[in-house]
Design a protein around this ligand. Structure first.
Ligand SMILES: [Zn+2]
Length: 444
């Protein structure tokens, strides 16, 4: 299974981003028999290619705006949640405020610390904040006198889902900005800057305006959305975001750049560092003024000589600079040579990335034949006891029943014990963290 790492597709409208998502959905189905979820924010219909995949069931689409509640909807979408009901599965429209299904559901079980019996099961950890009577020993059990275990499961709906696309980040940012302006208009949020308090009253309507704090707020949301999406488990490849591009100034270097368009300019140069792969889509014209669609995998410049920030998580030199099918015949709309979407294809990009990763792994293994490889954490008995001594700062009284062969209680009844640390999340998070770290290194 491929390493999960987030990809961001950056380019102007009409440079083939939706078509590229369609190529990736096809790849997901052909190679892994997995369905793609398309979280669509932009208005309008879908290109024929994508529409056909939706009708075939290879892509499932949700138009986020039809649910309303900009903040909640965007946040939950980026956690991989999906509507439980649709008005039209072809357009992706849902009823306003529709209930969302999480991609992972957890069941928490409270086990009695006195008799080891199962006390209760709940959907949330906080449901155990009050005491519950143990059905076996009839004692009152709470977080201090019992233990909680968590079991996660994936709802059936997500079992054949392997890819998630967010189209796109810029529109999600626009939506939450509009929402904040609207809340200024209705008085839910305080306006600033003008005598009118950031509001314009026109006849019967009041229009609010965005202020500076809204930009910072929206930018932070963008970072959280991408982070949350990269932690979604069960996908065959990391989530894919699209974004329009904007010209901005890198606040660190004061140089002009092209980067993903999120609210304001301040973070545009930073966003590529939040993802493993930041790819650029553009159209170039050849000497005969024929169009050529290109997917850039590395930084590129056009006539204005301003860099477009692009990168992949692959080792430098293991990937081509860009992917293209060559010039398009203006009459047929097909490439002059070869098939359409043969190379200008995100599935092809995934294959290249996997090959490049394997090559790097093989080269590293060959360079260090004596490397120890992956090792479990083994702790000698002596050190284990040292750790125990350090850990037990609060001396816990010895349990008398220990020697009699009885199973000792999990906790000393009635004694307040320091709260148990929350058990670590599934390994998925570790993997993505590593992937992010790697992307940070390569971005430097
Ligand atoms: Zn009990």
């Amino acid at each position: 299974m491929a390493v999960t790492s987030t990809t961001l597709l950056v380019g102007d409208t009409g440079t083939g981003k939706s078509a590229l998502l369609a190529t990736l959905a096809e790849w997901g189905w052909k190679t892994h028999k997995k369905v793609s979820l398309l979280y669509s924010i932009d208005g309008g219909g879908f290109p024929t290619h994508l529409d056909a995949l939706i009708r075939a069931g290879i892509v499932r689409v949700w138009k986020l705006r039809t649910r309303g509640e900009a903040f909640e909807t965007c946040s939950r979408a980026c956690q991989g949640q999906w509507p439980t009901e649709f008005l039209d599965p072809i357009t992706g429209e849902v009823p306003p405020g529709v209930t969302l299904l999480p991609s992972i559901t957890s069941i928490f079980t409270l086990t009695c610390g006195y008799c080891d019996a199962e006390v209760a099961q709940r959907a949330a950890r906080k449901a155990f904040n009050h005491t519950i009577k143990c059905p076996k020993c009839k004692k009152q059990v709470n977080l201090q006198t019992g233990t909680i275990s968590e079991k996660s499961s994936r709802p059936d709906f997500f079992k054949d889902v392997g890819l998630m696309f967010y189209d796109g980040l810029t529109s999600m940012q626009d939506w939450v900005m509009e929402d904040m302006a609207q809340k200024v208009g209705t008085g839910e949020l305080k306006g600033e800057g003008t005598a009118l308090g950031g509001k314009i009253v026109s006849g019967e309507i009041t229009v609010g305006a965005n202020n500076r704090s809204h930009y910072g707020f929206a930018q932070n949301r963008a970072a959280v959305w991408i982070q949350d999406a990269s932690n979604i488990s069960g996908l065959i490849i990391g989530p894919v975001f699209t974004a329009r591009q904007q010209r901005a100034t890198d606040s660190n270097t004061s140089l002009r750049i092209y980067g993903p368009s999120i609210a304001g300019q301040a973070k545009a140069a930073e966003v590529p560092a939040w993802v493993a792969n930041c790819l650029g889509t553009t159209i170039v014209l050849d000497e005969k003024r024929r169009k050529e669609y290109r997917l850039y995998l590395t930084e590129y410049r056009e006539e204005d000589n301003i860099p477009h920030l692009c990168k992949t998580r692959a080792f430098p030199g293991t990937m081509p600079d860009y992917l293209s099918d060559g010039p398009i015949d203006p009459e047929s709309g097909l490439p002059i040579e070869g098939l359409p979407f043969n190379t200008f294809n995100l599935g092809y990009f995934q294959d290249l990335l996997e090959r490049a990763t394997k090559k790097t792994l093989a080269a590293t293994a060959a360079a260090y034949p004596d490397a120890p490889g992956l090792q479990p954490v083994v702790i000698e008995q002596g050190i284990k006891e040292e750790i125990k001594k350090v850990k037990s700062t609060k001396p816990v009284p010895k349990v008398a029943v220990k020697k009699s062969g009885h199973k000792p209680p999990m906790r000393v009844p009635g004694k307040a014990v320091a709260k148990k640390p929350i058990p670590p999340r599934p390994t998925q998070r570790l993997v993505t963290k590593r992937a992010n770290k790697q992307s940070e290194v390569t971005s430097k």
